[in-house]
Design a binder for this molecule. Structure first.
Ligand SMILES: NC(=O)c1ccc[n+]([C@@H]2O[C@H](COP(=O)([O-])OP(=O)(O)OC[C@H]3O[C@@H](n4cnc5c(N)ncnc54)[C@H](O)[C@@H]3O)[C@@H](O)[C@H]2O)c1
Ligand SMILES: [Zn+2]
Length: 398
């Protein structure tokens, strides 16, 4: 790793290949690479927060190569709509966009998805570059070809697949993220280490306990672990429907807890990453019940999730029946022939070793087993398991 320099890796999603450039304090180099695309215009899809926080220097650099058209709205999921998409498309055409224009999706997963779909639709497809500024965008959403906006009924209902020319990340952009956001990214990295890359666990443990989440070194390390895991899981599985499903570790119970908690506490509740961290605790215990993980494997989960400051128990106020209702309806059902009383989960027989087949790492699990495990994990019951103290520090805990 080159901490302050400029690095490049190749991302391969099936036959789709593109470079991932990253470094620290490298906005000018990012603008330089984009300048080499010989665009007649940059269509920068962003949100007002990102624009105010990081736009000035970067867009000034970008404008040296071609005129910049800014397509921005107040930040938030509401921006991911057909209404905004249409307005942006019309603005782009009015501004003189052509097939030689390049869409620059600058921001988190929301501008990323919106910009991606805009690039796919404009003149039946123009070039797209991602300049991510959140952990979700830098480590997750841009490493997928999926581009979508929401319908009035639900998330990501209208979309398509579109390959970017490149992803270009200045880790310095991530330093202005709230600690909660970074912890969420670290939770996903923990998932990647446990499910895919166990050899990174010692370093993960050090990074978590040092608590220097905002340091360039930790942010870059986080990025590299995520790139490794994604590359491994998705090289033969562009659409995340086969071996890539291992990335869903912790997500069955995690999504259910996230959704129930959001209904109760709205945005004040648990983050996606924290919910996934708790989902891994549940998955580890289910794995153990089904003859997979041994006690050390389960204890390792508890140690890492505890150190992250994510919940080791079902968050207070959530009802078991509500969580189970979401688990029952989980959308991974379609990937496995299941009975009514079963759900599909990624389980581990050891860190880095999924219990399912390599082609499809999902395992059919009796819902009664999941319910039993969650009953053990209800806040009012159980003492923490294992009982030893988990490391704490000022940064990782609220
Ligand atoms: N495969 C995929 O395409 C995929 C995968 C995961 C998530 N997603 C999508 O990504 C979206 C969530 O992404 P997100 O969490 O990045 O949301 P987001 O883009 O809304 O960003 C979250 C907030 O962080 C702010 N922000 C962005 N960069 C910042 C910075 N550097 N410093 C301070 N604040 C900053 C934004 O203004 C916003 O308020 C969802 O719509 C989800 O569906 C897609
Ligand atoms: Zn996730």
């Amino acid at each position: 790793m080159n901490e302050t320099g400029w690095n490049v890796r190749n991302v391969a999603l099936g036959s789709a290949k593109y470079p991932y450039y990253y470094g620290y304090d490298c906005a000018d180099r990012i603008a330089h690479v984009l300048g080499s695309y010989d665009a007649d215009r940059f269509l920068v899809v962003t949100d007002d927060t990102v624009l105010q926080t990081h736009g000035e220097g970067f867009l000034r650099e970008l404008a040296r190569s071609a005129p910049v058209e800014i397509l921005s709205r107040p930040a938030g999921e509401e921006m991911k709509s057909l209404v905004t998409l249409e307005a942006h498309l019309e603005q782009a055409v009015r501004a003189g966009a052509s097939r030689r224009s390049v869409v620059v999706a600058f921001g988190g997963g929301v501008p990323g998805n919106l910009g991606g779909l805009l690039a796919a639709l404009l003149f039946r497809g123009v070039r797209l570059a991602h300049v991510p500024t959140t952990t979700v965008a830098a480590m997750d959403s841009t490493l997928s070809l999926k581009q979508a906006v929401n319908s009035r009924q639900g998330k990501n209902h209208f979309g398509t697949y579109h390959r970017p020319e490149a992803i270009l990340t200045d880790v310095q952009f991530l330093q202005t993220l709230p600690a909660r956001e970074l912890r969420s990214g670290l939770s996903e990295a923990t998932k990647n280490c446990l499910a895919i890359r166990p050899r990174s666990i010692p370093e993960l443990r050090d990074r978590i306990t040092q608590g220097q989440l905002h340091s360039p070194g930790t942010l870059q390390w986080l990025l590299e672990v995520s790139l490794d895991a994604k590359a491994f899981a998705m090289s033969k599985d562009t659409k995340e429907q086969g071996p890539g499903l291992v990335l869903e570790y912790g997500h069955t119970v995690g999504h259910a807890v996230e959704l129930c908690d959001q209904r109760l506490r709205r945005s004040r509740g648990i983050s996606h990453g924290e919910a996934v961290a708790f989902g891994m605790i549940a998955a580890a215990r289910v794995s153990a019940r089904l003859g997979g993980l041994d006690a050390d494997g389960v204890a390792l989960h508890e140690e890492l999730v505890g150190a992250l400051g994510a919940p080791l128990r079902v968050p207070q106020g959530l009802r078991l029946a509500d969580i189970m209702a979401v688990v029952r309806a989980d959308n991974k059902r379609g990937y496995l022939a299941l009975q009514d009383h079963e759900t599909a989960m990624v389980l581990l027989s050891a860190p880095g070793a999924p219990m399912g087949e390599p082609r499809n790492p999902l395992v059919a699990v009796d819902l009664a087993v999941v319910e039993d495990v969650l009953t053990d994990l209800l806040e009012h019951d159980a003492p923490p398991w294992p009982t030893q103290e988990t490391p704490t520090n000022g940064v990782l805990h609220r």
